[in-house]
Write a protein that binds this ligand. Sequence first.
Ligand code: NAD
Ligand code: DAU
Length: 353
Amino acid sequence: MRSKNLMVTGGCGFIGTNFICYLLEKPGFSGRIINVDKLTYAGNPENLEGVEERYSGRYVFQKADICDAEAIKAIFTEYQVDAICHFAAESHVDRSIKNPESFIHSNIVGTFNLLEIARAGGSRFELFHHISTDEVYGSLGPEGLFTEETPYRPNSPYSASKAASDHLVRAYHETFGLPTTISNCSNNYGPYQFPEKLIPLIIMNAVEWKPLPVYGDGKNVRDWLYVTDHCEAIWTIMQAGERGGTYNIGGDSEMENIAIVEMICDMLDGIIPPPDGRSRRDLITFVTDRPGHDRRYAIDFSKLNKSLGWRPQESFQTGLRKTIQWYLDHRVWCERIETGEYRQWLKEHYGQG
Ligand code: NAD
Ligand code: DAU
């Protein structure tokens, strides 16, 4: 993997952006990254502004839809792609409940196209790494952890579409011998996360003294992983993971949603003390629950730990503090997303509104 032409799909999204920045700085990686992204509402090329110049010859951006097989084939051939790290997807559960169609196209058909193109690459193609989610396993009760052996029971259109794509990847390994790896990861947080997801949404609303929406009773549990730890895990698996294998990735940080929202309020009150002695906790507003809302996710990542030595480095406390600081330091980034201003930038650069 170290000196290869690596196609990264969805590199202008949250985790893809962090992964590209991580890998280009990684000692030992001297290859080239070809970032293929359709630039949906969640894809923001401003995240990677200046990267092409900074890493001359080692980074290119190609605007393309993974559902467009001809376009992807042309990029694959032009850049002599050796491996694919596949992030591109519709990623937000609430959107999949309102409008599932794009999830079926991008997450299932898009993955199928990439697999077919990789398969046509023949024996020179080295690895298809598929980024997936712990949501494919469904919901846990108060006890237990998801392992790689847990049966799939996806509950939202989003997780069902990711489950379908995981099965396709597995099938391409079993049937065609395509060299693949899959990782199923828990909830990520950190810089560049689109503010429709819990942590950035709450940070941005709390800064602006807007209501903080908490679904249901707020006691749903997620396992949180700082995004750089996820990037390290992906790269570890890509280099040394068993071909055809699946690896769970988790943060060892189970938290109830309400506890996270309270932590953000308290940390922000400490950084920007409210003028009149109020607390940002007063902004917490319980709202109607998400339909089919999974109660608890928790990950057993012992396979990845024992076989490849990976474990998360960031604690939730330190990771959350860094994340809050990042959003405070990047008010222009936040405002441009809030006002849709970066859409204008897209129009100017890529002819897209
Ligand atoms: P994101 O929504 O922030 O970014 C997705 C990116 O994919 C965007 O840049 C978007 O423009 C691009 N994209 C979407 N459809 C495309 C298409 N048809 N063709 C080309 N590009 C397309 O998502 P994220 O949070 O960075 O998640 C990345 C991947 O990681 C997804 O596959 C997601 O399922 C998985 N994942 C996310 C988390 C999490 O907590 N965010 C956890 C586990 C797994
Ligand atoms: O577990 C991995 C998954 O984590 C990824 O596969 C998904 O791509 C990613 O979006 C994330 O899914 P969640 O649905 O867990 O993330 P979200 O940030 O949307 O919600 C986290 C929890 O917070 C969830 O229990 C719902 C709740 N929530 C969310 C929002 C947006 C609220 O209570 N209020 C909110 O406003």
